[in-house]
Design a protein. Structure first.
Length: 338
């Protein structure tokens, strides 16, 4: 099992994220992953790249649809340049509301749209190798770059593309055409089994060997000397995800419909305390590792099954930047291998 760390630092300066990245690399983590909301995922990944020398750097994830494929292709090449060929491009469709309300763009059919997006990226990266400069218009994307050349050669012919997925169709698409899958942090044991099944089905459709596709699984991981504090902070992160309609079924399939309804009601009232209280102990145990350092260390192996790389994701929702930093440093100290 490879071990990664999620550096989601919306409340931090990019320099602070770089400091955490350097500490994690020194401790022996295999990969570092950045997110995207109030920071650009590419800018955060570049900050991690500048602070490290060997570790893999993954965007986990950047949002695809608000960017054109050409914009994403160029930004990914630039970050890969800074990183010396260490970037893993994790892409996500995000939820409908994020696209249509925050960005004011059409969401459309996300699986079909993502399929065209991946094809466009690989076509664009292939131009330096003599590939056709045009992609015929599809339902969402098409372009003609005849006469346009990039004067600076890319570090690599292609950058690995990993797709974030929650439901069957997008997971199968990852199996068909991506280099890897980024599993959502709100994942129970049942969801891990589903990921394995759907990814295998997608690979079989395309005649691919499942071993070609890396499953990167994010795990909500909350640690504190005070067990109650660690569990409360994990509950806040679970509540954020559970409040979103897209992820509701993950609680309901385990019999947590009442808890999910209470979380949603509190979210609509913007009552973070009530959201957190609505996450019961069984829900925490189903979706997170939370407790004292010894409890967290003992629980991790059970979360590693069916995935190639486990990424520890400290809770961030509702927490000040200094607490997120403290959690992150505690995980580095607890799981560092050097």
């Amino acid at each position: 099992m490879r071990l990664g760390l999620y550096l989601f630092g919306d409340g931090m300066r990019l320099g602070q994220i770089g400091e955490l990245a350097a500490a994690a690399e020194a401790a022996g983590f295999e990969s570092l992953w950045t997110g995207e909301y109030w920071h650009s995922g590419f800018q955060t990944a570049a900050a991690v790249a500048r602070a490290t020398t060997d570790v893999r750097i993954g965007t986990g994830v950047v949002q695809a649809f608000p960017r054109t494929p050409l914009t994403t292709a160029i930004e990914a090449m630039d970050v890969d340049d800074v990183a010396g060929g260490r970037l893993v491009l994790g892409l996500g469709s995000q939820v409908r509301r994020y696209n249509e309300v925050l960005h004011g763009i059409e969401y459309g059919k996300p699986v079909r749209r993502m399929r065209e997006y991946v094809q466009a990226l690989r076509t664009l990266w292939g131009l330096a190798e003599g590939a056709s400069p045009a992609m015929p218009p599809g339902e969402y994307y098409g372009f003609d770059l005849t006469g346009f050349t990039r004067p600076v050669p890319a570090v690599r012919r292609e950058i690995p593309i990993y797709l974030s997925a929650v439901r069957p169709a997008m997971t199968r698409l990852a199996g068909e055409c991506a280099d890897g899958l980024v599993g959502h942090p709100l994942s129970s044991e049942m969801d891990l089994d589903s990921y394995a099944e759907w990814l295998s089905e997608g690979a079989a459709r395309a005649g691919r060997d499942l071993s070609e596709i890396e499953h990167v699984q994010f795990v909500i991981c909350s640690v504190a000397a005070d067990e109650a504090r660690a569990r409360r902070e994990a509950a806040g992160q679970i509540a954020l995800y559970a409040a979103t309609q897209t992820y509701a079924y993950r609680l309901e399939q385990l019999g947590f419909a009442a808890e999910r309804a209470a979380i949603r009601s509190a979210y609509q009232a913007r009552d973070l305390d009530s959201m957190t209280r609505a996450v019961t102990d069984p829900v925490i145990d189903a979706f997170a590792i939370a407790g004292t350092p010894g409890q967290v260390r003992a629980a991790l192996p059970g979360r590693a099954r069916s995935s190639n790389t486990v990424v520890l994701a400290p809770p961030t929702y509702g927490l000040p930047a200094d607490r997120v930093t403290e959690q992150t440093r505690d995980l580095i100290a607890l799981f560092g291998r050097r």
